[in-house]
Design a protein around this ligand. Structure first.
Ligand code: IMP
Length: 497
C-alpha cells in the first residue's frame, strides 16, 4: 500500500458496482497513511464495517478513521452528506461506550439535515409502491436530497439558530403534510410510530406532524452536536496538498443518481466527481482514485435490474420479500450448494452465505450474481482504470465461475441517446437505463474455478493459475488496471500488484 501511495496526497476510494464491495477494508488499509478521512455523499443508508485489533465496528455516518482515534486522525462528515441526528448521536454514544474518542470529528455546518417528515415520506412511499419499488433503506435519503433541490431542505447549521429553525421547520412540515394527506391515514400513523421516528413522539392527530415536538427534539440534538459543527469545506481546501486526504465513498457508481441504473439508484452522486464535490473539492484534486469491485461476483440490495442475478426474478422476489433473512434462509435452504448448476437460485443462496452478503444497514439478503463486464465497461467510461478486487476467497472451491461478457437485448424496440436498440441487439457496454437493462440477457464465458483455499497466497505468483487466467480475461476485456486483490477479511490478506 505504501508504494502505491508514493506521491499521493489525495486518495479516493469508491465502488464501481452497487455498493457493499468492501471499501471499508481498503479505507482501513490506507488509514495509517491518511491525516484526514472524509465522507461526502449519502447518509445513514450506508453501512461501513471495519475490523482491527480493537474489534469490529459498523458505522453509518462516521468516517472509518474513527478507529484510529489514538493517532488523532481528523474525521470529516462533509457538506454533501445528509444527516439524521438521531443516528449520528447513537453512533457517537456507541463509540464512547466502546472506548473510542471522537474529539477529532467535525461535521459540516452546511450538511443537509434529515427531518422526521423526510423519513416518514420515504417509508410511506415505499410501503405504497408495490412491485417495481426502489427498495430504499427507509432512512429518508431520497426525500432529503429532493428537498435540497426543491429548496425545502434544512441544514445542520439551522439547529444552532432556534428562531430561524422554527420558521423553516414549520414551513417544511406544512409542505410535507400536504403531500402525506394523499396517503391512507392509518399507514401514515403506523409509520410515525416506528422506532426510527421515536415511537410517535412527532405524531399529531390533526396535523400529522407535531411541530413543537420535532422542534424541541432537534434543538436538543443541536446542543449536543454544536461542538462538532464547523466549516469543513474551507478546512479541506486549506489542507489540500498539505495533509494526506482520504475520501471515503458511499454506495457505488451504479447507484449514482447521475450515472447509475436510474431510477433504481440512491439520491446522491456516488462517483469520484460527486464525492469530490461533496467534500468541497473537484475531481482534478484527486491524485489516485481506487475503484472497488468484488472479485468475479456482484451484489445488489433493493430493487432494479441485475442481469447476472443468480436465480433471476425468484431471487429478486426472495431478497426483497421482507420475510427472508439469514436465519430463515439457512434453515429452509440448508442444502444450497454453489456447485449445484441445476438450480441457480440455490447457487445464489450458497454464494450469499459464503460471502456473508447481508445488508449492514437493513440486514436484508443481498441479491447475488456473476461479474458483469458490460456494466464494468460502462463505469470504466467515466473512471480512471485503477481497481481493487475484493472477497476473492468467497469463490474458493467453486467448480465453475461464469463471467458475463456481453448482453443480448430482448425487449421492445427503444431509442436511446440517438441509437435504435432492437430485439436481438448485442451490447458490449451496458446502458444503465433500467428500462433497457431489465431486458438484457447475459451471455457468459465459463471458467474452471480454483479448488483450493487462497489463505496461503502472499503474492501474485502464488495465486492459483485459474484465478490469474480469469483476471487476465477481465483485464483484457475491460482495460481495468488491478492494483490489489483482497483474499480475506484481515488487513494482511491483501496482495498488492
Ligand atoms: P436509499 O439510498 O435509501 O434511497 O436507497 C436507494 C437504493 O440504493 C436502494 O436500492 C438501496 O438498497 C440502495 N442503497 C442505498 N445505500 C446502499 C448501500 O450502502 N449499499 C448498497 N445499496 C444501497
Amino acid at each position: 500500500m505504501k508504494k502505491m501511495l508514493n506521491n499521493v496526497k489525495t486518495l479516493f476510494v469508491t465502488c464501481r458496482q452497487f455498493g457493499d464491495t468492501g471499501k471499508g477494508k481498503i479505507v482501513d488499509a490506507s488509514a495509517d497513511w491518511a491525516d484526514l478521512i472524509a465522507r461526502g455523499n449519502g447518509g445513514d443508508n450506508a453501512g461501513h464495517t471495519m475490523c482491527n485489533t480493537r474489534g469490529k465496528l459498523v458505522t453509518h455516518l462516521v468516517p472509518s478513521g474513527i478507529l484510529y482515534d489514538e493517532f488523532k486522525k481528523i474525521n470529516l462528515i462533509c457538506s454533501g452528506t445528509v444527516i439524521y441526528p438521531k443516528t449520528l448521536l447513537h453512533e457517537l454514544e456507541e463509540l464512547t461506550q466502546r472506548g473510542f474518542s471522537y474529539n477529532n470529528l467535525r461535521i459540516a455546518f452546511n450538511a443537509k439535515l434529515i427531518t422526521p417528515a423526510e423519513v416518514a415520506l420515504d417509508r410511506i412511499r415505499e410501503s405504497s409502491s408495490g412491485k417495481g419499488k426502489i427498495g430504499s433503506t427507509g432512512k429518508g435519503i431520497g426525500p432529503a436530497y429532493a428537498d435540497v433541490v426543491d429548496r425545502q431542505g434544512l441544514l445542520i447549521n439551522d439547529l444552532l439558530n432556534p428562531d430561524i429553525f422554527y420558521i423553516k421547520l414549520k414551513r417544511h412540515l406544512e409542505y410535507k403534510q400536504k403531500i402525506l394527506k394523499n396517503y391512507p391515514a392509518q399507514l401514515v400513523q403506523e409509520v410515525l410510530f416506528q422506532e426510527h421516528l421515536n415511537f410517535g413522539q412527532y405524531f399529531h392527530a390533526h396535523d400529522i406532524f407535531d411541530v413543537d415536538a420535532i422542534f424541541e427534539q432537534y434543538i436538543k440534538y443541536g446542543i449536543e452536536l454544536k461542538p462538532l459543527i464547523s466549516d469543513t469545506d474551507s478546512f479541506i481546501r486549506a489542507s489540500l496538498g498539505k495533509l494526506n486526504i482520504l475520501a471515503e465513498g458511499a454506495q457505488g457508481d451504479l447507484l449514482s443518481i447521475k450515472y447509475g441504473t436510474y431510477p433504481y439508484v440512491t439520491s446522491s452522486d456516488c462517483t469520484v466527481a460527486g464525492l469530490a464535490e461533496g467534500i468541497g473539492l473537484t475531481k482534478n484534486d484527486v491524485d489516485l482514485s481506487l475503484g472497488i469491485i468484488k472479485g468475479f461476483y456482484m451484489t445488489r440490495v433493493g430493487g432494479g435490474p441485475f442481469p447476472t442475478e443468480l436465480g433471476g426474478q425468484v431471487s429478486d422476489d426472495w431478497c426483497n420479500g421482507g420475510k427472508s433473512n439469514r436465519k430463515i434462509e439457512t434453515e429452509i435452504y440448508s442444502q444450497a450448494s454453489i456447485n449445484d448448476a441445476d438450480n441457480e437460485f440455490l447457487q445464489g443462496v450458497a454464494l450469499r452465505r459464503f460471502g456473508d452478503e447481508y445488508g449492514a444497514t437493513t440486514g436484508r439478503p443481498r441479491r447475488v450474481g456473476w461479474l458483469d463486464l458490460p456494466l464494468l465497461r460502462y463505469v470504466m467510461t467515466f473512471n480512471k482504470p485503477d481497481i481493487v478486487l475484493t472477497k476473492l476467497d468467497v469463490l474458493n472451491n467453486f467448480k465453475t465461475i461464469k463471467i458475463c461478457h456481453e448482453y443480448v437485448y430482448e425487449g421492445p424496440p427503444i431509442y436511446y441517446a440517438g441509437k435504435f436498440i432492437e430485439n436481438g441487439s448485442v451490447l458490449q457496454v451496458a446502458i444503465p437505463d433500467a428500462a433497457i437493462l431489465s431486458y438484457c440477457r447475459p451471455s457468459y464465458t465459463s471458467f474452471s474455478g480454483w479448488q483450493c483455499d487462497l489463505s496461503g497466497c502472499t503474492d501474485f505468483a502464488s495465486l492459483p493459475k485459474e484465478l490469474k487466467f480469469i483476471l487476465e480475461f477481465v483485464v483484457e476485456e475491460t482495460g481495468i488496471l488491478p492494483r490489489a486483490i483482497s483474499i480475506g477479511a484481515d488487513r494482511e490478506e491483501t496482495i498488492y500488484l
